[in-house]
Write a protein of this length. Structure first.
Length: 673
């Protein structure tokens, strides 16, 4: 029997086959396939389960010391020029495959309950299978060219899933926004890949790093050109992993179904950018200035996401900006030259963020029973409260996720986030301070979400508040009322298909952090044994404790303030902040005005430019073409009268022409004196 590492190429192939068969069924026998929805979903879940089994077996082999596997074949060749394709499985790839297959499998199980009554149920599962297959293919890609192929497939699937409910204007616009913003980053990535190939004649990660280093040292490639190529490639992860200023698509992607939010935010779309930067660390480590730019972008993103999350009232958007912030932490780690710490936080964050998003979906699913199928109301925390007693599994797992992401020991988030802050303190102390401040903000806004949603009194039956929120959101009240005549139910816990993934993910959210203890990190030892050994020798408790205590203290302060404001209600932060710091509150509520700036500069600006180009095209280009046609037509009309067919007439014309030429040249000849 072959080793799992040797057949790792089958991991993305199985979901791809399932997605293709299901998609062909939807095209050819749509009604029959939709009537067999449970058979289709069970089949696709089983197929992803097979990929998960192979992934875990490959991970175990890698942990036990099985050598990394790389198998290539010539995809295209011309003379000495060849383009290899294939797959590679190493420790980093095996960890990512296990993570992606696990989260995908749980999301699919969850979706069986969440999407049970949706008319696009089969289409949704087909997209899920294709999405997971694309991400798995990206992970095992051995070079930049192959990664780019799967990179675009991941982007296409995210477009389909974010806009899954395309009949809603919000979902359609969000999908378009995600597509356009990611095209900006992907264009830079493509230019960078082509430039690196031009400079090194290779798409292979290690060969590119070696080739660029040699070219720069030999002065055959200017340093500025190498820096430009590195930055262009980084534009791709900036967009994919929602880094400032290309982060604006991710919060709007909440318009898609909640299971997709969990998958995008935890293990697929946004993880792709972090993964690519980790793969390119041999290249980026050559240039400290590029690492500084990566760390700077990560730090800005980290603080920006947390600051905007402070004012969000939409449960899913609050979690979305939280993801933006946490992705900033991961990118900060990459810029500090600590890719292992960044990947470790990606793994821990995937567990508790998937759980938090699926928990929010459970809440929204229950809220729709009370407020009707109106997403704006079902996701607004001002209509929630008191759900802990009615939804014990959802509330408990959500609380575990809040504690984990806040960085409270011994849960997973503490160990991974603290590792990043420790590296930042060594590399860029100013960035460490901003990261520390963000940790306190994270704890505050996450427990703000928890207290507003699960504690206090239930506010969902307040009709006046519902109407006020709808009016503020500019929703058509007449349409809402037409849909709202249905009988509303009561809040209750979600079915087992939705609660099981929550309980399952709660376990790694608590214990997986122990794999990355700074004095003996099994995770680091697996991914990079040499670096882990150096870190172990350099570890000193007297250096670790002050940083860890500072992190825990500031997180605890954030939790206490949230408790006093939203549970004990001893202080009214919303009123206090809005009155005394009105401009700051407005700035944060409007998301740093970045969407407004993009709307004015790029959306309206591009439309204005398009109109001006159209004017030039219609008046200048079309004018020249039309004038040429008129001149040709007019001259043709005039010359037709000279075509009489009579020789005498032609002779007369020739004679007249000769006389005219003699007269002209005679008039112009100089006078003889």
């Amino acid at each position: 029997m072959p080793q799992a590492s040797e057949i790792a190429w089958l991991i993305p192939v199985f979901p791809l086959i399932g997605a293709v068969l299901s998609g062909l069924g939807l095209i050819s026998i749509n009604k029959k396939i939709n009537n067999s929805r449970e058979i289709v979903s069970i089949s696709l879940i089983s197929i992803v389960g097979i990929s998960a089994v192979i992934s875990y077996k490959a991970l175990i082999e890698q942990v036990n010391g099985y050598q990394s596997v790389e198998k290539l074949f010539v995809w295209a060749s011309a003379g000495d020029f060849t383009i290899p394709m294939g797959f590679v499985l190493d420790p980093l790839g095996s960890v990512m495959l296990a993570l992606v297959t696990t989260i995908t499998l749980l999301v699919m199980i969850y979706s069986h309950g969440y999407m049970a009554h949706d008319k696009g149920y089969v289409r949704f599962f087909t997209y899920l299978a294709l999405f997971s297959s694309s991400m798995m293919g990206l992970i095992i890609s051995p070079n930049l060219l192959e990664i780019y192929v799967f990179w675009e497939l991941v982007g296409m699937c995210s477009y389909l899933l974010v806009g899954f409910w395309y009949e809603r204007d919000g979902a359609a616009h969000a999908a378009q926004k995600a597509f356009v913003v990611n095209r900006v980053g992907d264009f830079g990535l493509l230019l960078g890949i082509l430039g690196l190939f031009w400079a090194t004649n290779s798409f292979d990660f290690s060969e590119i790093a070696t080739g660029i280093s040699k070219s720069v040292s030999d002065n055959t490639l200017p340093v500025w050109a190498a820096l430009l190529l590195c930055f262009l490639v980084f534009l791709g992860p900036m967009a994919k992993s929602a880094q400032f200023p290309l982060h604006v698509w991710l919060p709007d992607a909440m318009e898609g179904p909640t299971p997709i939010s969990a998958l995008i935010h935890a293990a697929t779309m946004v993880a792709a950018g972090i993964f690519l930067v980790a793969r390119l660390q041999p290249l980026y480590s050559i240039f400290p200035s590029i690492q500084f730019i990566i760390a700077l972008v990560g730090t800005i993103t980290c603080f920006l996401g947390a600051s905007i999350a402070l004012t969000q009232m939409d449960l899913k958007k609050g979690l979305a900006y939280s993801t933006v912030s946490q992705l900033g932490y991961m990118m900060l780690a990459m810029g500090c030259g600590a890719p292992v710490a960044g990947i470790f936080h990606l793994v821990t964050h995937a567990c508790f963020k998937a759980m938090l998003f699926l928990g929010s979906g459970s809440v929204i699913h229950a809220m729709e029973e009370v407020v009707g199928h109106q997403p704006i109301l079902a996701q607004d925390m001002r209509l929630m409260g008191g759900l802990r007693k009615k939804m014990p599994f959802t509330s408990t797992t959500f609380l575990i996720g809040c504690v984990a992401i806040s960085g409270i020991p011994p849960l997973a988030g503490f160990w991974s986030k603290d590792e990043i802050l420790g590296n930042a303190f060594i590399s860029f102390p100013a960035f460490w301070f901003i990261g520390l401040l963000t940790a306190g903000m994270t704890a505050f806004y996450m427990f703000r979400l928890y207290f507003l949603t699960f504690e206090g009194d239930f506010r969902g039956e307040d009709k006046e508040l519902q109407k006020e929120l709808l009016m503020a959101s500019k929703v058509n009240l007449d349409e809402e009322n037409e849909e709202g005549h249905e009988e509303h139910g009561s809040i209750h816990e979600s079915p087992w298909s939705m609660t099981f993934p929550l309980v399952f993910l709660a376990v790694p959210s608590v214990i997986i952090g122990f794999m990355g203890l700074p004095w003996n990190s099994k995770f680091a030892n697996f991914l990079d044994p040499e670096e882990a050994e150096l870190a172990k020798k350099a570890f000193e408790l007297k250096e670790f404790l002050p940083l860890a205590i500072a992190s825990v203290v500031i997180a605890s302060i954030g939790i206490i303030i949230a408790y006093q404001a939203y549970f004990a209600k001893k202080i009214s932060l919303s009123v206090l902040f809005a009155e005394k710091f009105h401009s700051i509150n407005k700035f944060l509520s409007n998301k740093w005005y970045l969407d407004d700036i993009n709307e004015k500069l790029f959306v309206k600006g591009s439309r204005k430019l398009a109109k001006e180009v159209l004017e030039v095209d219609s008046k200048v280009v079309d004018g020249v073409v039309n004038l040429t046609g008129l001149v040709t037509l007019g001259s043709g009309e005039g010359l037709k009268y000279f075509e009489t067919g009579r020789a005498q007439f032609y002779a007369l014309i020739v004679f007249g022409g000769v006389i005219l030429l003699v007269a002209i040249f005679g008039f112009q000849s100089p006078q003889v004196t």
